[in-house]
Write a protein that binds this ligand. Sequence first.
Ligand code: C2E
Ligand code: MG
Ligand code: MG
Length: 606
Amino acid sequence: MLAEGPRGRPETGGRDERAAGRQIVLAMITDADGRLAFANGDLLALGGWRWSDLSGRLWHEVLIAPEHRRRVVRAFDRAVTGKDGAACVEAPLRTSDGRVRMVAWSNTPSLDEDGRPTSVTSVGVDVTRWTEERDRLAAERDFDASHDRLTGLPNASTFRWRLGSELSAGRRLGRSTGVLLVALDRLRTVVETLGQEAGDQLVAEMGERLSDCVEAAAGAIAGRPLPPATPSGAPQPMNAWMVARWSDDEFAVLLPGLVFPEEAVYMARTIVATVAAPCTGSAADLRLSAAIGIALAPSDGDNPATLMRHAAMAQHAGRTSAEHMVRFELSLSQEAEGRLLIEQQLPLALERGELSVAYQPEVDAASHRIVGLEALARWHHPVLGEVPPVRFIPVAEEIGVIGEIGQFVLRSAVRHAAQWRSDGLGDVRVAVNVSAYQLTDRSLVAAVLECLDETGFPAHLLELEVTESAAMVDAQAAAEVLGELARLGVTISLDDFGTGYSNIGKLQNLAVSTIKIDRSFLLEDEANPAADPGALLHAMVTLGRNLGLRVIAEGVETEEQLNRLQPQGLDAYQGFLFSRPVPAAEILRLLRADRPLGSDSGTQIA
Ligand code: C2E
Ligand code: MG
Ligand code: MG
């Protein structure tokens, strides 16, 4: 670190000279043509010159390196002719052995009676060490302004700037530029449950993984290695990939000079796999997933703002796609407008009484009689019409109204079920879906208690459905909330079983009593007739049985599916074959009829 002078300014001059108590001061006098008439001992010593090397020569030809000459001479001229007043001129002084010292010169001309300089006296101070320190600090400041502190990656504005340059270069060369917008799913939940530090650690780890994986994949693309990125800090060469931190939970990847769109897709696929690998540190139990939006210039946009907006729309679609990534297409733009409308309207839906609950029967596997009812949220908007839950539930989670919606469904379901029970329609279980966000919130337990108290509905007839991934986000916090609910006597089921990233070992730790096998397992077998039909189903049913759980198949639509399910020995079925989700009044009718559901019985409701 440089010593500070009395007024906070770094001192100049060499350490040895200061130690010797003497400040080096350089001096030279040049004539009207700029030829050297005098150089003092310090100047000769610093430059390693003899006076005979300098005497009578143009000062800048000897003392200034050719590449700096024009600029320095102009600056000297301006200072001498008074245009910059008494400005001090900083100039690199060339030494006899080719090294460079930075010298700050102050120049005083002697003028003839017409005001023309007859000679110039220049006095200089060696400021090399100070300018080096200043440049280093400036570089650090530049780095801080252009990079993200946590990951050390370029930040969003640097990315935008680079994207702009690459787009212009791409236009000139007729090449495509790709951007990937990578969102880390569930990071918000990690931060809320494990804390900011764990979240930061995870983001830093993901940043490193992404850089490594993009570097490797870029090299592999079509055997046509892209130029590597330079280490952080150094300017990125054009036409090189870049990974940047785009927002709290998003990274942006720049892929310039693409030849085929497939290259961007390949890259996205690699990133999906990289992000899904198990985490380390305090989040070791966790698996994040990525949702990636792909947009390619020029077809998906030809300026940074449009391209990034379209990548963001594609990313939203990527969240619900099986592949975790989607390339932008025009329909997404319309979709995003619809989504925005949902975002605006959803908070009002509860107030305006637009939400209701539909119920779908679960039937006993042997008798096909109703043993349970799944409560499903329904939203009828005066203009948008019926908005399906797959559209509004994720928005509700994002904008933070899922708690209210969840509690509305819970209250309605428990009140209805209590009413049916007190009407003597039997002990029918009612199942309510619970979102991941509700599972980390203690108010769920309070709401459940309140509902049961208010209605006198028996706790064991209330079932809460959680999805595998929701339960596993932070297994410990989820287990605590679920444990508390289980102690109240409420039963827990794992919804969409088989589609999450569950660690089977954890199943035993969660207070789960039922698994609902996702309907994709009924479809997958059909799509893959070569595979042993029912092998996967069989494995899951066996797993459930071994853990002592009730096993339900969701989404039974056809007789054929039912026939395949029957030998598996499940406990119950749910699906359109027996009944679609219907309003409470319709359920009342079905419960009163008390007959088996399904095509055989003729009570199926279309
Ligand atoms: P889920 O909990 O797995 O609910 C079952 C979904 O499958 C329902 O869709 C139901 O209509 C549909 N389904 C049932 N049988 C069949 C069938 O045979 N064939 C086909 N193709 N589909 C069938 P729905 O009502 O659209 O709900 C979709 C998802 O939205 C639910 O999946 C659940 O995850 C979520 N959801 C619905 N209501 C709520 C709620 O109140 N809270 C929360 N957190 N999520 C909810
Ligand atoms: Mg469900
Ligand atoms: Mg389900």
